[in-house]
Design a protein around this ligand. Structure first.
Ligand code: NAD
Length: 506
């Protein structure tokens, strides 16, 4: 779902292009007014980035790292200011906003530091057949990367692409969500202030049409984070120009609780993983599968914890409002469907969904094929189900078209269970921890998307492998010539038999 319908563009009489307002979801107050950039604006931004890209690439790793480091330090220095803006545009508590900034800064530092090791030119084996050659591999910048972001983590999520794309030597044009344009502009301004490279990180603001213009603007790759529905439109549009895409979409993440799990820790993780950021987390916990032996005790603990979660806009609030008003209907529908079909609400329920806020809701006895178990709810809700054993838990967790993250609480078989889950990431005995470990790639399978941000894979995602084979010595057997004789062909066949002719012994 896009929010294009919910925030109509407003005409700005003082300018020749329309503008739109970003709103504080807690109060409806206007936080800022921003231009709706059209195709020409987007093309101009891409042209500025295109002009900046070669010099940025030519700086090399050693030249770029200190500039990225200066930006990192500026982000730290002004973290409170950025956190306040994130709070204003998303409604999340300032502490949570700060947390996502901390993680984003850590990723920026990791990307700048590790880019040389991951991407620099190295010699690789040329193999026996081609042993007269030297073979080298390096990962070169793509040029200009278009980054399209969501609103739920308006710093952490796009920075997972922006930081890695810049460290790999690209320029970036960033289209932030229509709900968080101020955060996007802030990031671009701070980058310009710290690094002083005009065009290196351009920002364009607006709705889906602005994003669509960026996809069609001839960028060298599009890194998209958002809903699966939008991802499909972006892929279809990108196919026109064969523009490669990286797609990070939603999820329906499960948390598994084994019979030997630390139940206090598991209950805490389920409650925080499901309800922090008001449940608006792509890798948030939405479903919980608990071994029958500990089900009752676990449910009691989650109920107690969920009842203690404070909703509001004040300094004591644990969770804020729902950022995107249209999501309220989705959450209402999922809770109603679960209750209509035999589910029970132990906390919250039908009345939990208000005009701006959703109260924590814990649902049990919910059929596996109800919306609350099949579709991304993106609210502070959890379904908890009893399972006969952990094989049952794995099977139910995997019975989804999504495959982003997951969590396992088990003392004896955490890593084994984690490997069996069809997801890109799994946390064992903690929740969402993989997102804070910069060396781990982040991304999903199925409807959760493909490609990776973060880690070495995240750096390579924004580079093109460049393979070079250099002949060092004349070939003992000249193969790539019309002068090749039948004698050479016979010799080649002998070599082939010698190298690969014998089947391995079984
Ligand atoms: P969305 O798909 O509505 O919008 C995402 C971005 O795409 C916005 O900037 C929007 O303006 C733009 N857009 C809309 N239509 C477009 C089009 N046709 N062409 C190009 N761009 C277009 O998603 P959202 O509501 O902003 O974000 C919430 C979703 O993002 C959830 O599903 C959540 O799970 C997912 N998410 C995933 C990750 C991840 O890393 N996997 C991280 C955060 C959020």
């Amino acid at each position: 779902m896009t929010a294009t319908d919910t925030i109509p563009p407003t005409a700005d009489p003082g300018a020749d292009r329309p503008t739109f307002d970003s709103l504080d979801p807690a109060t409806g107050r206007v936080v800022g007014t921003h231009p709706v950039h059209g195709p020409e604006d987007v093309a101009a931004a891409v042209a500025r980035a295109r002009a900046a890209a070669p010099a940025w690439a030519d700086l090399g790793f050693a030249g770029r790292a200190p500039l990225l480091g200066t930006w990192r330090a500026l982000l730290v220095k002004r973290a409170d200011e950025l956190a306040a803006l994130v709070h204003d545009e998303t409604g999340k508590p300032a502490g949570d906003a700060l947390l996502e900034i901390v993680l984003a800064v850590d990723h920026l530092a990791w990307a700048a530091k590790h880019a040389p090791k991951v991407l620099k030119r190295r010699r690789v084996s040329s193999g026996l057949l081609m042993s007269n050659h030297a073979a080298t591999l390096e990962y070169l910048p793509l040029g200009v990367v278009g980054v399209i972001g969501p609103w739920n983590y308006p710093v952490f999520t796009p920075m997972g692409s922006i930081a890695y794309a810049l460290a790999a030597g690209n320029a970036v044009v960033f289209k932030p969500s229509e709900h968080t344009p101020g955060v996007g502009e802030w990031l671009a301004q701070s980058a310009a202030e710290a690094m002083g490279v005009p065009g290196l990180l351009e920002v364009v603001t607006g709705f889906g049409d602005t994003g669509a213009a960026l996809v069609g603007a001839g960028v060298d790759k599009v890194a998209f984070t958002g809903s699966t529905a939008t991802a499909k439109k972006i892929m279809a549009a990108a196919a026109e120009t064969l523009t490669p895409v990286l797609v990070e979409c939603g999820g329906k993440d499960a948390l598994l609780v084994d019979a030997d799990a630390d139940l206090d820790a598991a209950a805490d993780a389920a409650t925080w993983g499901g309800m922090s950021n008001a449940g608006q987390t792509c890798v948030g916990v939405e479903r919980v599968y608990v071994h029958g032996d500990v089900y009752d005790a676990f449910v009691d603990k989650v109920v107690a914890k969920a009842r203690a979660v404070e909703t509001g806009d004040g300094p004591d609030a644990d969770i804020g409002p729902i950022t995107m008003p249209s999501q309220l209907d989705v959450i209402r529908r999922h809770i109603a469907d679960a209750l209509d079909r035999g589910g029970r609400a132990l906390v919250g329920g039908r009345d939990a969904v208000g005009e701006r806020y959703v109260q924590p809701t814990v649902l049990v006895d919910v059929p596996e094929d109800s919306l609350a178990n099949t579709d991304e709810t993106f609210g502070p809700t959890l379904t908890i189900a009893k399972v006969a054993d952990m094989d049952d838990a794995v099977a139910r967790a995997n019975a989804t078209r999504y495959g982003l993250g997951a969590t396992v609480f088990s003392k004896s078989q955490g890593p084994e269970l984690a490997r069996r889950l069809r997801t890109g990431m799994t946390a064992v005995n903690s929740v969402i921890s993989f997102a804070g470990i910069p060396s781990l790639p982040f991304g999903g399978v199925g409807d959760s998307g493909f490609g990776r941000i973060h880690g070495a894979d995240g750096l390579r995602e924004f580079a093109r492998p460049k393979a070079v084979a250099r002949q060092r010595l004349a070939a003992p057997l000249a193969l790539t010539t019309f002068d090749r004789s039948p004698k050479v062909d016979t010799a080649v066949k002998k070599v082939l038999t010698l190298l690969h002719g014998r089947a391995p012994r079984t």
